[in-house]
Design a protein around this ligand. Structure first.
Ligand SMILES: Cc1cc2nc3c(=O)[nH]c(=O)nc-3n(C[C@H](O)[C@H](O)[C@H](O)COP(=O)(O)O)c2cc1C
Length: 293
């Protein structure tokens, strides 16, 4: 299927974009109007765009239904401050409740059952139940259009962060496994981050990888090794040489068993290398693959 966005209705554009630009983190934004009335609403058109200066952006869009603007947008135009609260799994149902189209005078902290905690540098309160809160100044609001569905970039500078100690290890480093983020996908779908679905990918920032195009053909064209496997193998800065001290019982067994059938031996060695790669043992996988070459 190929879609030309100009042929779609606003609601259809939203449907396709939201399912594929996903998962999106959620900015739970607390704002106030010039009378001091508090508003709390979630926005998943949200991300960080700079760390120095520390800039995050979220987008309250014009309602597709009737092209009206959201209270959050009106508030930040009146009082350019926002407390952004990070949403974790234990908050997701109440956060969704806060997204109801309550009248302007209704305080969603009360409706959704969250506790307002005074901020220290801005006027809107923070959500006490959130484990990470950011006090922000709004430095610019940029409308992306004036039709139904048009977003408004609320560009915020983070001035102070409040991080719950339970997310930190003994060295005050963040333990990613402990923040059970929720993120928004398409329609009613959300996802939750937990230890079982987190994965680590080694950063290639210290060395330049040789690249998939420099892998030996037998590896590149392997029917066993996947794109992820090749990505790991190619993320080394030079092709390794056979290490005579590499001593591996499994490897020895494969060589012994399949010595009369080189095609099967290559397949077995690739299978074994794949297993090692899945355990992050790239050097060992290379030694196994070099035996096959
Ligand atoms: C998880 C979640 C994410 C949302 N993300 C957005 C968004 O990025 N932009 C938007 O305009 N509305 C978004 N909404 C809908 C708003 O939260 C909803 O329109 C809310 O009533 C706006 O409140 P306000 O008028 O008080 O600002 C989202 C709703 C939920 C539940």
């Amino acid at each position: 299927m190929i879609l030309d966005l100009k042929d779609l209705k606003p609601v259809e554009k939203q449907y396709y974009l939201q399912h594929f630009i996903a998962p999106r983190p959620i900015c739970f934004a607390s704002t106030i109007d010039k009378e001091g009335n508090v508003n709390l609403s979630p926005f998943s058109f949200f991300n960080m765009f700079s760390s120095h200066p520390p800039i995050v952006v979220f987008s309250p869009a014009r309602r597709i239904r009737n092209n009206t603007t959201k209270h959050t947008l009106e508030n930040v135009l009146e009082v350019p401050e926002v407390a952004i609260n990070i949403v974790t799994y234990d908050m997701v149902q109440q956060t969704s409740l806060a997204s109801c189209e309550f009248p302007k005078e209704v305080n969603e902290f009360i409706k959704a059952g969250f506790t307002a905690e005074p901020s220290t540098m801005i006027r809107p309160p923070m959500v006490k139940e959130s484990k990470v809160k950011m006090e922000c100044k709004v430095i610019e609001v940029k409308p992306l259009g004036y039709e139904a569905g048009s977003g408004n970039l609320v560009i915020c500078e983070v001035i102070r962060m409040h991080i719950d100690d339970s997310l930190l290890d003994t060295n005050k480093r963040i333990d990613q496994r402990k923040i059970h983020h929720v993120a928004r996908l398409g329609s009613d779908w959300y996802c939750v981050v937990n230890e079982n679905n987190l994965c680590q990918v080694e950063k290639p920032n210290t060395q330049i990888g040789i690249g998939v195009d420099s892998l030996p053909l037998s590896i590149r064209n392997s029917r066993t090794l996947s794109g992820n496997d090749l990505g790991q193998l190619a993320n080394i800065n030079e092709l390794p040489a056979i290490d005579p001290s590499f001593d591996d019982a499994n490897l020895k067994q494969i060589i012994l068993y399949y010595s009369i059938n080189p095609a099967d031996m290559e397949k077995e060695l690739h299978e074994y290398a794949k297993k090692l790669l899945a355990q992050g043992k790239v050097k060992e996988a290379w030694q196994v693959l070099l035996t096959a070459n």
